[in-house]
Design a protein around this ligand. Structure first.
Ligand SMILES: Cc1cc2nc3c(=O)[nH]c(=O)nc-3n(C[C@H](O)[C@H](O)[C@H](O)COP(=O)(O)OP(=O)(O)OC[C@H]3O[C@@H](n4cnc5c(N)ncnc54)[C@H](O)[C@@H]3O)c2cc1C
Length: 388
């Protein structure tokens, strides 16, 4: 075992969007912390794009929201089509102000802005090129061993937070199981230059051959997400553009693209989100289907909740077990609601045998008062309270 080089109240493994945000919250709360991140820079390519109003409210608390708004695109509404027939528009304008929109920003940019805010406040929190390989809970604290610039180091912390994503080493080494299932749904997606008339609006096409989603991105670009019948390993531009053209008659052939990928979808929840001195947050704790764009936002809600209770837990409150237990219950509840909402979104996009019924349902969803409920669901309102 190496000598313990430093001690912290909290060590965070993983400096993705959730670990970086948690580091900022802990810094704000005066809790000493370090983030160990194996990558040298935010992961390129673009996974998430949607920052929901509830997260913008959290960013406002930290005084960092303006940078995100400056760089992102405000989506105030989305148009719904069944095949090429427009059924209506769902507006977020009636959602609570000032954040009555979903902000579209590629994930690497979101991570860069969080990192910038963190290093401006404290340049010593984030340690990049630090790959954690062993964690040992000694009953009183946790020892964490990692490689940095080819050398092995061990640090000690009162609590360890695993923000290390879906394949979390922290979760595996803590012996916490991750249960769930694959859905049958598969998708391809690509970011193209925008040749539509949608501007900053989103568009959802519920087609007989499967869902198409189209979202604005900064710099006059647009993301297309297309449901496929099978998983496509190595997606080509031709596959995506021909699916879009065949289903809705829109041609992307002459537009350039900077990202193409494919994904299958899963739901997974960790058996425990708290075990001894280890806490799991974000994708390490739960995986939600990206359809509906909730995973990263859900992780930020976990982190915010954790940062609120940690001062009491670290203060050696005799109630700390009860506080952590309640925390875990709240986080599992929120994850289950997000999973159910994502399932609803995916169901709408599947091939069905009763098109008339589907059209009626979607039309109903776009009319008040149900449209208000749908706007709340699509902007992740009430994720911690609602029974659906
Ligand atoms: C196609 C797609 C679209 C999506 N769209 C959205 C969306 O619109 N909105 C939304 O909210 N969510 C979306 N998501 C989900 C979102 O990308 C994830 O929920 C989010 O990245 C989770 O953040 P995280 O910080 O928990 O984990 P990650 O982003 O996985 O970050 C984990 C970090 O830990 C580091 N790490 C791992 N192991 C170690 C180790 N041993 N030592 C040190 N560092 C380590 C990794 O390098 C990484 O930086 C989407 C996902 C996909 C696949």
């Amino acid at each position: 075992m190496n000598n313990i080089s430093e001690t912290y109240q909290v060590a965070i493994v993983g400096g993705g969007p959730v670990g970086l945000y948690l580091g900022l919250c802990l810094e704000q709360a005066g809790i000493s912390n370090i983030i160990l991140e194996k990558r040298s820079a935010p992961r390129p390519g673009s996974r998430s794009l949607g920052i929901h109003p509830i997260s913008l409210e959290l960013f406002k608390e930290l005084n960092i929201v303006n940078n995100f708004i400056r760089d992102g695109v405000k989506i105030h509404k989305g148009h719904a089509f069944v095949n090429t027939k427009k059924l209506g528009t769902l507006s977020f304008q009636s959602c609570p102000k000032p954040f009555n929109f979903i902000l579209a920003l590629p994930q690497y940019r979101t991570e860069s802005l969080l990192e910038q805010a963190l290093t401006e406040r404290n340049p010593n929190i984030l340690l990049r090129n630090a790959a954690v390989n062993t964690i040992t809970d000694n009953g009183q604290h946790v020892d964490i061993t990692f490689k940095h610039n080819g050398k092995s180091h061990t640090i000690r912390s009162e609590y360890l937070v695993g923000c290390d994503g879906k394949n979390s080493l922290v979760r595996r080494q803590s012996g916490i199981s991750f249960k769930g299932q694959y859905y049958p749904d598969t998708y391809i997606m690509g970011d193209f230059s925008d040749n539509t008339d949608f501007g900053s609006d989103a568009a959802i096409f519920i087609c007989d051959e499967g869902l198409i989603e189209s979202f604005p991105l900064p710099n006059n670009r647009r993301r297309w997400v297309v449901k496929t019948t099978d998983y496509i390993d190595d997606v080509s531009k031709e596959q995506l553009t021909s699916s879009v053209f065949n289903r809705i008659g829109h041609s992307l052939s002459d537009t350039e693209y900077n990202m193409l990928s494919s994904f299958g979808v899963q739901k997974l929840i960790a058996d425990s989100m708290v075990k001894d001195h280890t806490i799991l947050v974000g994708d390490a704790a739960h995986i939600v289907s990206p359809i509906g764009g909730q995973g990263m936002n859900l992780g930020w809600l976990d982190a915010h909740d954790l940062a609120n209770i940690l001062p009491q837990v670290l203060g050696n409150s005799f109630q700390k077990d009860a506080i952590l237990n309640q925390y875990q219950k709240r986080r599992k509840h929120a994850a289950k609601i997000a999973i159910r909402r994502a399932e609803m979104n995916m169901k709408l996009g599947r091939k069905i045998t009763t098109p008339f019924f589907r059209e009626m349902m979607v039309s109903l969803m776009l009319k008040p008062p149900i449209s208000q409920l749908m706007a709340n669901i699509f902007t992740m309102r009430g994720i911690e309270k609602w029974p659906i």
